[in-house]
Design a protein. Structure first.
Length: 618
């Protein structure tokens, strides 16, 4: 095995060129076998094997730096920098992260997880290098999907001015998680499909350059402000901005890439190398279903089928179904996703109402302001975005939606702990960042029927309203508790005495387990389903404070700015005699791992809560 000879960074340089393709094959086999057990980002990694090898052959790590956009495609980079053993525990609690981590290796120069940051971060590293008179190469690797994010253009706009070397590798596989969308994608596609004419273009270029008059002609074509130049030079969009464009080059041909990277390193400017790759390359099921294998659960290597077939529906499925029903009932409902039609469950809505569905690319900020525009124009927009990605659109929520009190529904999926993607993806801040915004309203369902009811309530609501629900299986208990949603009202699940558990969304299920334990220990215990996090139901709190000795708030959100803080603020002022215990995630970042383990680690599991309550009651 050649792969076994690679123990650390730069060892790849000892592999003979005639063995490079063999090494690429071994890496693919390794990744398929490991990811089939642990789960992980398979398709993007299979597509970036040769590209990563070529970068490692061209660079000298850790002096030279590679910034991986999103970072989900960095597995080969991890393999080539001495982290082969880490794949045993990839994305497991305490194990290796699925994303670049500075604390994991000095070959990871910048942590990522959210998209479209690599050019900004790379440019910062370039400026730091130059100001400190250092001399090394900095490469940002960005996918065509991530190039749909606004931040990438802000960075390109800045990078265009620099007079020192900065390499941007555009890893273009024509896919985001799902099919890539938009004008830039179309532009890149045109370059790619013009590939067959490239030989002809090169022929024209070479024969022109051979003749005496050739050079001035080529130079005036380069300067010409017409599409004629596209005949000779692809990538004029970047060239016109002031960024040198090289490519397109076959991202599975190492020699071809080495040649272009050599040229790129000589440029005294920002240079974009356009590399064409295939997502899922080398594994037939992933080539055929690139979206499904973007982030794969453990699967059977022979068939590509999931090892644990899905039996129960998750919250995303429930959202998906109710959106289709609402789409039928109201013809002014529109749905917006930022590049996640599959992940958010909007694909069915897209198929049923294509003209009322919008995939705006990985552009959460734009998605929110676009929704505000739709609402101002008389439509009923539903923006479905994961909790952690919505962090990006804070100002748009405040400035464009909430100041104008526009009726935009925010469907916030993956709220709470998400597990193996780790710190960058945990949805544990949304209650805090949303509830500080005037005019915003927030709900969280206790089970799958309540999500459906809340969506119906939200669609008729007169202002901004958010519904946050977690990743994974939808809770199907408490079906009989289905009182109509009434604005700002919580719901008694059990109304007793002594201890009142006031739980938000996913924590209602946990509260039922805690209650069982407390009852066994001889305490009467009520359970309140908060339903609304903003506004909080002060009437039910007054009532609970009168009849209970201890009130316990429970939420899957950090402490600062969360539900518990609001309840404490209210009770301190109005019911100072009742004891209060706040259960929440500590104000820290939570790393990757199995959600049940993480819940225990952060102290929001039933066992830990029960112990804390009992300690207080004693
Ligand atoms: C801000 C943000 N929104 C959404 C995502 C989810 N996401 C992860 S990878 C990805 C697609 C990236 O496509 P591309 O850059 O082309 O990389 P590929 O996987 O195709 O190699 C998306 C939408 C994210 N990581 N960050």
């Amino acid at each position: 095995m050649i792969l076994e000879t690679i123990e650390k960074e730069n060892d790849i340089k000892n592999v003979a060129p005639e063995n490079w393709n063999l090494l690429a094959e071994e890496i693919r086999e390794f990744l398929i076998n490991k990811i089939s057990v642990t789960g992980g980002h398979l398709g993007s990694n299979l597509g970036a094997v040769e590209l990563t090898m070529a970068l490692h052959l061209s660079l000298n790590l850790p002096q030279d730096k590679i910034v991986w956009d999103v970072g989900h495609q960095s597995y080969t980079h991890k393999l080539l920098t001495g982290r082969r053993a880490g794949f045993e525990n990839l994305r497991k609690y305490g194990g290796m992260s699925g994303f670049p981590k500075r604390k994991e290796s000095n070959c990871d120069c910048f942590d990522t997880g959210h998209s479209s940051t690599s050019i900004s971060a790379g440019l910062g590293l370039v400026k730091a290098r130059d100001l400190r008179n250092e001399d090394h190469t900095i490469v940002s690797v960005i996918g065509d999907g991530s190039l749909t994010g606004g931040m990438a253009y802000e960075a390109l706009n800045n990078a265009a001015r620099i007079k020192r070397n900065f390499i941007i590798v555009l890893n273009d596989n024509n896919m985001s998680i799902s099919e890539n969308v938009g004008g830039m994608s179309k532009y890149l596609n045109n370059i790619r499909t013009a590939d067959k004419y490239l030989d002809m273009k090169e022929g024209i270029y070479n024969s022109l350059m051979e003749s005496k008059l050739g050079e001035p002609i080529v130079s005036s074509i380069r300067k010409a402000k017409s599409s004629v130049k596209q005949l000779v030079i692809p990538g004029m969009f970047f060239e016109d901005m002031g960024i040198t464009y090289l490519g397109p080059v076959d991202g599975h041909n190492i020699n071809a890439m080495l040649k272009v990277f050599r040229e790129a390193k000589r440029c005294k400017s920002a240079v974009l190398v356009h590399v064409i790759t295939q997502k899922g390359k080398g594994f037939a099921p992933a080539e055929k279903h690139p979206a499904r294998f973007h982030g794969a659960e453990p699967f059977d290597v022979k068939t590509g089928l999931p090892l644990i077939p899905k039996t129960k529906s998750n919250y995303t499925d429930v959202f998906s179904t109710v959106m289709c029903k609402l789409g039928d009932r109201y013809d002014d409902i529109v749905a917006i996703t930022a590049a996640m039609p599959d992940g958010t469950g909007l694909k069915r809505f897209k198929n049923m109402y294509p003209e009322r569905f919008f995939d705006v690319g990985i552009a959460e900020e734009h998605a929110v302001t676009f929704a505000a525009g739709l609402a101002a124009g008389g439509m009923r927009p539903v923006v479905a975005i994961y909790s952690s990605f919505l962090q990006r659109a804070y100002d748009q929520i405040l400035h464009d939606v909430c100041i104008q009190n526009l009726p935009v529904v925010f469907a916030i999926d993956r709220a709470g702990l998400v597990g193996s993607d780790g710190e960058t993806h945990q949805g544990i801040f949304d209650l805090s960042y949303l509830s500080s915004i005037p005019n915003m309203h927030i709900m969280a369902p206790k089970n799958k029927w309540e999500l459906s009811d809340m969506m119906k309530f939200a669609i008729d609501f007169h202002g901004p309203i958010a519904i946050r629900y977690p990743r994974g299986e939808a809770y199907d208990g408490l079906r009989e508790y289905r009182a109509p949603i009434s604005f700002g009202e919580a719901e008694w699940i059990y109304q007793e005495k002594t201890i009142a558990l006031v739980a938000v969304g996913s924590m209602v299920k946990t509260a039922l387990t805690v209650r069982e334990e407390l009852i066994q220990k001889g305490f009467a215990c009520s359970v309140i389903n908060a339903r609304f996090v903003k506004p909080i139901d002060t009437q039910i709190l007054d009532e609970a404070a009168k009849t209970h000795r201890l009130i316990v708030t429970m939420e899957e959100n950090v402490a600062s700015g969360g539900f518990g803080e609001k309840v404490r603020d209210y009770l301190d002022r109005h019911c100072p005699d009742v004891k209060l215990l706040n259960i929440h995630i500590p104000d820290e970042y939570v790393e990757h791992g199995n959600v049940d383990i993480l819940r225990r680690e952060v102290g929001i599991d039933a066992g830990t809560i029960g112990q804390k309550v009992l300690a207080l009651m004693r």
